[in-house]
Design a protein around this ligand. Structure first.
Ligand code: K1U
Ligand code: ZN
Length: 169
């Protein structure tokens, strides 16, 4: 297994639209293992392949307290969304240290392939529903700060660029 570097906002590569996974083969199995290790090490509850510069439709999630219930979604498709929405506090491993509110559907149903390449349907609510929507946005090249006002987003962009310049020193 390997730890993968996570792209940081405002890296333009984060805005790449991911392509479907064509085959759940050994390369994808290795990518899943590496993404899970990277997510656990970064203390995240989710990670999209786009964030590790692989532009294919693959997400890993683990919202369990004990960090022992990984979920893998390959080629996820939203098949149902609730009418109700809520403002949820979100963070992002690609925008470290920034948390803000995003309006999300309360519940979603998603069809996908699991890590073994089998079709599955996930009915999600609460944190899992929020996390799935956040990760599916990454696959579409969208980062959560794009829901915020231009003023907030520009402040965040400047803060991130400053932190990245300081890290390079
Ligand atoms: O995709 C990512 O960058 C991972 C992200 C997922 C996420 C967190 C919160 C709401 C929606 C999506 C994170 O894991 S951020 C770090 C984190 O563990 C966290 C932050 C806020 C609330 C709960 C967890
Ligand atoms: Zn994110």
């Amino acid at each position: 297994m390997a730890l993968l570097p996570i792209l940081c906002y405002p890296d333009p590569k984060l805005h790449t639209v991911a392509q479907p996974v064509l085959s759940v083969d050994a390369r994808i199995q290795t990518l899943i293992a590496d993404m899970l290790q990277t997510m656990y090490e970064a203390k995240g509850i989710g990670l999209a392949a786009s964030q590790v510069n692989v532009h294919e439709r693959l997400i890993v999630i683990d919202i369990s307290e004990d960090r022992d219930a990984p979920q893998v979604l390959i080629n996820p498709q939203l098949v149902w969304t609730s009418v109700e929405t809520h403002l949820n506090e979100e963070g992002c491993l690609s925008v470290p240290g920034i948390y803000d509110g995003v309006q999300r559907f309360d519940a979603v149903t998603v069809s996908a392939l699991n890590g073994e390449g089998q079709s599955c349907v996930i009915e999600a609510e609460g944190l899992l529903a929020v996390c799935i929507q956040h990760e599916m946005d990454h696959l579409m090249g969208k980062v959560f700060v794009e829901y915020l006002s231009p003023l907030k987003r520009n402040r965040i962009k400047k803060k991130m660029l400053k932190a990245q310049r300081e890290d390079e020193r």
